[in-house]
Ligand binder design. Structure first.
Ligand SMILES: CC(C)(COP(=O)(O)OP(=O)(O)OC[C@H]1O[C@@H](n2cnc3c(N)ncnc32)[C@H](O)[C@@H]1OP(=O)(O)O)[C@@H](O)C(=O)NCCC(=O)NCCS
Length: 320
């Protein structure tokens, strides 16, 4: 007999947030892929109209499942995880149903961030259980996010330990990001460069500040290419290296590369990618990694020419 787990819907206090982090860590060590991505982890403590947290417990009170529904975009987005020791008991199905109800309920105010939206669910790593689970729930893949990787110069013993950063082209200046002073100008260029991207293009000052407060944030790894005489950057390259990785096999992420549409088609994306690769090698990363939309053919071609190959795929599912 299956026993329904008690669920709790609402904001998470500090202990509940830690229990979700522990649950995600248990799933990651079992599955080999983190079940929750950066955005929902950053929002574990968020209590706002557009977000819903649902936690499933055992009757003894330990956290065995979690789903976060984010209704701030055009469609609602959910990330869902069930503890490896509690799978195939219907908890995933129950949390998915709760998340779908939360997302699709008719909007009360009609404001953005409210309900009445289609739900999309992320499956990180495209694992077989998630595929079967989605199929059983009547969901279909609607979006693919590729995780690409390539060795950096630091992985090749013959290359110099401190590769030079590529020079800025004539008429541009390459400099690092100044937190606070560059925030507004960067948000404008980011919104223009990612106007059609469902998450990146909607980044707000609060989102930027949340990243600046993270342990990994390093303005020395965040580059702006600014036209001479201008204040707004034409292109930017932001790297991210998770702290606590062992030396010897260290990943460094090309976190975001953006080129203002007014400056596209001049090779600035490739140049900034090379800046990122040189910076990551200088900081000792042996592998450069990045995420790109599966249907972003121009970006995929740029990265493939720069030596990146697919290392994993993340899939978003939705009801047809
Ligand atoms: C995917 C996941 C959420 C499923 O949670 P769960 O509690 O085990 O799922 P349920 O017990 O509710 O399964 C519902 C149905 O999905 C299908 N299913 C789930 N896991 C399956 C598996 N490993 N193999 C085959 N079918 C599976 C079955 O049809 C199942 O019904 P049944 O048990 O009556 O046959 C869980 O494996 C998980 O946390 N994975 C890592 C995170 C992740 O991938 N999240 C994205 C989900 S889209």
């Amino acid at each position: 007999m299956r026993i329904a787990a008690p669920i709790e819907i609402g904001p998470l206090d500090a202990d509940a947030q830690q229990a979700v982090r522990d649950l995600a860590a248990a799933a990651e060590s079992h599955d080999g892929v983190a079940p929750l991505s950066e955005q929902p982890l950053l929002h574990l403590g968020t209590d706002a109209e557009w977000i819903t947290h649902v936690v499933a417990h055992t009757t003894a009170g330990s956290t065995i499942g979690y789903v976060q529904v984010d209704r701030s975009g055009e469609t609602a987005s959910a990330e869902l995880v069930i503890h490896p020791e509690h799978r195939r008991n219907g908890h995933g199905r129950m949390l998915l149903k709760t998340a779908e109800r939360d997302a699709t309920l008719p909007s009360r105010s009609g404001e953005p961030g409210q309900h009445g939206k289609h739900l999309r669910v992320w499956a990180h790593g495209d694992l077989e259980p998630a595929r079967e689970f989605a199929r059983a729930a009547g969901l279909r893949p609607v979006r693919e996010l590729l995780f690409l990787a390539r060795p950096t110069a630091a992985a090749a013993p013959a290359s110099p330990a401190t590769p030079e950063l590529p020079a800025a082209p004539a008429g541009y200046r390459l400099r690092t990001f100044r937190p606070g002073a560059d925030d507004d100008a960067w948000l404008l260029v980011n919104a223009r460069a990612f106007a059609t991207h469902p998450e990146q293009g909607r980044m707000t000052l609060d989102d930027l500040r949340a990243r600046q407060a993270e342990e990994w944030f390093d303005p020395e790894g965040f580059f702006l290419l600014v036209p001479e005489g201008a204040t707004e950057p034409a292109a930017f390259l932001w790297t991210k290296t998770e702290p606590g990785q062992p030396d010897g096999a260290r990943d460094g992420e090309i976190y975001v590369v953006g080129v203002d549409p007014a400056h596209q088609g001049k090779g600035l994306g490739r140049l900034m990618t090379d800046v990122g690769l040189a910076h990551l090698a200088r900081t000792g990363a042996t592998r450069a990694v990045l995420y790109v939309e599966g249907d972003n053919t121009p970006a995929r071609a740029t990265y493939e020419r720069a030596g990146f190959t697919p290392a994993a795929v993340h899939v978003q599912y939705a009801r047809p």
